[in-house]
Design a protein around this ligand. Sequence first.
Ligand code: KIV
Length: 279
Amino acid sequence: MSSHTENPVPSPIKRLTPPDLKMRKGKDPLVCLTAYDVQTARIADPYCDLLLVGDSLAMVVHGFPSTLAATLDMMSLHGAAVVRGAQQACVCIDMPFGSYEQSPEQAFASAAQLLAETGAQGVKLEGGSVMADTIRFLTQRGIPVLAHVGLTPQAVNSFGGFRAQGRDAQAADKITEDAKAVAEAGAFAVVIEAVMEPLARSITETIAIPTIGIGASAACDGQILVTEDALGVTSGRAPRFVRRFGDINGAMQDAVKLYAEEVRARRYPAAEHYYKAKS
Ligand code: KIV
């Protein structure tokens, strides 16, 4: 037997990196999904370039009405689980509301904590021009940043709801300026949420980093969705841009119903599920 098989050394995980994703600008689309737990990460990882531990987990997993309730501890716990489940996708973690807006130094401390505790490769933060100095501060100190402009859910109270953004010329110009500012500040890519197709297209054609759209048309360099929306885990009315690629909610309801019926009828557990005495 060769020494290779006697002493197998686990091969180090080689993930896609933020620079790898940046180099995909204008090439084949970046496939991105959210992930909050190890099972979802394992399932999505082989097919995705980027797994985002989104602060949407406050709503999807924890049942809060907005993302404002996410905390650094929550992001860290879920982020570490996703990193353990992912083998090849780049993993980034959302900076939760209140953990980065005060100063670049506050942002650095929060981002460093997230990366150190989880092993993720980058952080995402919301905001355009107003966050440019912070993005520059982080990227110059070794923290890759994914930016997020357009509808930024942490500002839901200022927007007055989850609404499409950039509908008039002035608002569209502001989003374009935001995208340019985060690109110039060193973000490796930018999420553009809930904007019209011509605006997403013109931003994508203007800036040098990949645009990742959510409700921003196929003109972007990549796409992201909340996995639970895309797979039909969440039920009820979804935003217009969501396509349900599965009906996991229905499949889970069927399975739970069957389990309940089988237990009530004493058909489960059956003999094959019993522990047997050693003979
Ligand atoms: O929090 C989140 O999940 C996000 C993505 C949907 C872009 O920000």
